[in-house]
Design a protein around this ligand. Structure first.
Ligand SMILES: Cc1cc2nc3c(=O)[nH]c(=O)nc-3n(C[C@H](O)[C@H](O)[C@H](O)COP(=O)(O)OP(=O)(O)OC[C@H]3O[C@@H](n4cnc5c(N)ncnc54)[C@H](O)[C@@H]3O)c2cc1C
Length: 224
């Protein structure tokens, strides 16, 4: 935490914008104040409050890992007032940020343990820094499995990263509705549990997604 007054947004530059899906973009942000920029630190899973001046403020998870210094990313789905205003901004625009807030994922606690990471849709955003921290220190963790589900193939976020991550962790993907070209699995994310083997005694689970997904994933986890 570095902000002097937690209620005052700090001016932040949108350095770059990447189109992930038709309605999801990743914004790379850079605090304008050099001192704040150097001190800014966060844990995987923490979030910021982002203001689009004149429209409002909303919470977004930081989707880049803390070992990348000087800038950070948020991955955002366009839903309403603030996110639509943000999507109308271009690279070089200035927004406000407060934070980081929240406790983050207990990464220290899972060292030496196995982990199942379950994400649905945009819910993979707060899990991305977890995966990237694990990959950075891969030998400090046991078996790591990612189960990720999206509505359709074009709604899959982080397509390039998913293929890179599969070199280090066990990645399983599914879509609810396939396109004619889709050769992967079809079904809700819980169907992926049929393809994995887990030792529940020594395994942690992190999940993020729509409430209905988390309800059924939790049921599956309790059955393991
Ligand atoms: C801790 C935390 C972390 C988050 N991290 C992320 C993240 O990493 N990425 C991300 O994309 N999101 C994230 N979210 C969700 C994000 O904060 C919301 O999507 C955001 O607040 C939406 O703001 P908005 O002003 O664009 O939408 P709003 O205008 O507030 O609209 C939100 C929803 O309400 C509906 N709505 C609005 N007005 C009406 C109306 N009059 N009648 C009916 N429905 C209406 C909209 O259609 C929309 O579905 C996170 C939320 C929390 C709490």
């Amino acid at each position: 935490m570095v902000m002097n007054n937690p209620y005052i947004p700090n001016l932040t530059l949108i350095e770059s914008i990447k189109e992930e899906t038709p309605n999801i973009r990743t914004f790379r942000l850079r605090l304008i104040d050099e001192d704040l920029r150097e001190k800014f630190d966060f844990k995987p899973g923490q979030f910021i409050e982002l203001s689009v001046f004149g429209y409002g403020e909303a919470p977004f998870s930081i989707s880049s890992p803390p070992h990348i210094k000087g800038r950070f990313e948020v991955t955002i789905r366009k839903t309403g007032v603030v996110t639509s205003a943000l999507f109308s901004l271009e690279e070089g625009s200035v927004v406000g940020i407060r934070g980081p807030f929240g406790r983050g994922w207990p990464l220290e606690e899972i060292k030496g343990k196995n982990l199942i990471i379950i994400g649905g849709g945009i819910g993979i955003a707060p899990l991305k820094p977890v995966i990237e921290c694990i990959i950075k220190d891969r030998n400090k963790y046991g078996n790591v499995i990612l189960l990720y589900g999206a509505r359709t193939p074009k709604d899959i976020v982080y397509k390039e990263e998913l293929s890179l991550w599969s070199n280090y962790i066990d990645v399983h993907l599914t879509v609810d509705k396939p396109s004619p070209e889709w050769r992967g699995k079809v079904g809700v994310v819980t169907t992926l549990f049929d393809y994995i083997k887990v030792d529940p005694e020594n395994t942690y689970a992190f999940q993020c997604g729509p409430p209905i997904m988390m309800h059924f994933v939790t049921k599956k986890l309790l059955e393991l």
